[in-house]
Design a protein around this ligand. Structure first.
Ligand code: FAQ
Length: 316
């Protein structure tokens, strides 16, 4: 009975658009869903550094190198806020990383595709950060306080990322015919995987109904995907590039673009670990974690030394 009352009060609280904070009572399943989503999100940010990191040493100018370096650092920062938000729910960052490294945890499907030329960096900023913003702006109003607050700064930074990506695409699309062709080729390769970022169709999304009830998700996967398409098509027109979907067409009656069938076999194959770069991404992450062990050990030793010194001073 007591549990039922707590549950009812929790549901009313969420329905009232109030924020749940770490020390508040929450249903176990709410906590678990948040840990799952926030940690997958954190993993996506740090794995997402890898495809772009590939181009830091090969950026076409010093200015572009500095911008890309700053962007990739921002993604690391997003990972840190998100791991911290997950830790407020009673998990340890090390546990979460272990799950990532041994393949138990998911991260966004999009980061399992290769970045084979500079235009891919433009396409990632324009499309991938564009999709990330579409999905994450509503999260600034989600029901869990630490997650919602972390999203505010993340979204501001993502919007800078999106603009720098669009700028790269614009420069290339207005450049030589070869550069325009590179931009078109990048759009051809990143378009469909970007649509997959929003997750399975609503009918095939096992978590959506409950997450929407709890206001962890405020819009459904299909709603956000449609908004992204509606926003991006006019941008492609400005670039003078063609979206690789022969079924893409404005539907006056719906007030939205109709679009072609997404290859869901490809999506499920990628999230099962069989995308073009899954193995390489995890291997690189594991290596980075192992190589960073001495930094973590040194930080702990330093903290212990400072604490001991503080205790000595307090005792004197
Ligand atoms: N990839 O029932 P649903 C970024 C999984 S950050 C992989 O619909 P849910 C920044 C899902 O986890 C990008 N797995 O699940 C950046 C679940 O698996 P599970 C990441 C996916 O959670 C830019 C199963 O399928 N953003 O890009 C994907 O209600 C540039 C069933 O799906 C976030 O994480 C996918 N695309 O909705 C960084 C935002 N989609 O756990 C660097 C927060 C679904 O049962 C460079 N997350 N799955 O084994 C969300 O909004 C949600 O978690 C969704 C999925 C919408 C991603």
């Amino acid at each position: 009975m007591e549990e039922q009352n707590m549950m009812q009060r929790f549901d009313d609280y969420v329905a009232d658009n109030k924020k749940i904070e770490p020390k508040d009572w929450m249903p176990d399943a709410y906590r678990k869903t948040l840990i799952r989503q926030i940690s997958q999100h954190a993993h996506s940010e740090i794995v997402g550094m890898l495809p772009e990191g590939n181009w830091i040493t090969r950026a076409p100018s010093l200015k572009r190198k500095a911008i890309l370096l700053a962007k990739v650092q921002d993604e690391a920062g997003h990972g840190l806020y998100l791991y911290s938000a997950a830790e407020t729910l009673g998990v340890e960052r090390d546990e979460l990383l272990e799950e990532l490294h041994d393949g138990r945890a998911k991260y966004s499907s999009i980061f399992n595709y290769p970045t084979i030329n500079w235009a891919d960096i433009g396409a990632i900023g324009w499309l991938v950060d564009g999709a990330a913003i579409m999905n994450q702006v509503p999260l600034c109003k989600c029901s869990y306080g630490p997650y919602a607050r972390a999203m505010v700064r993340v979204c501001k930074e993502e919007s800078f990322h999106q603009r720098q990506g669009f700028q790269i695409m614009l420069n290339m699309a207005k450049g030589t015919p070869e550069q325009k062709q590179m931009a078109q080729d990048a759009l051809n390769r990143w378009w469909w995987p970007s649509l997959m970022m929003f997750g399975p169709t609503d009918a095939n999304s096992p978590h959506s109904a409950q997450s929407m009830k709890w206001k962890i998700k405020l819009f459904s996967n299909d709603e956000l995907r449609q908004r992204f398409i509606d926003m991006t098509v006019p941008q492609a027109e400005v670039l003078g590039l063609t979206i690789p979907d022969p079924d893409l067409k404005w539907n006056e009656e719906r007030g939205h673009y109709d679009f072609g069938e997404i290859n869901w076999d490809e999506f499920y194959n990628v999230i099962k670990g069989n995308g073009p770069c899954n193995k390489q991404r995890i291997e690189t992450r594991r290596k980075a974690y192992d190589n960073g062990a001495w930094v973590r050990e040194a930080a702990v030793a330093h903290a212990e030394k400072r604490a001991a010194r503080r205790n000595e001073t307090a005792a004197a």
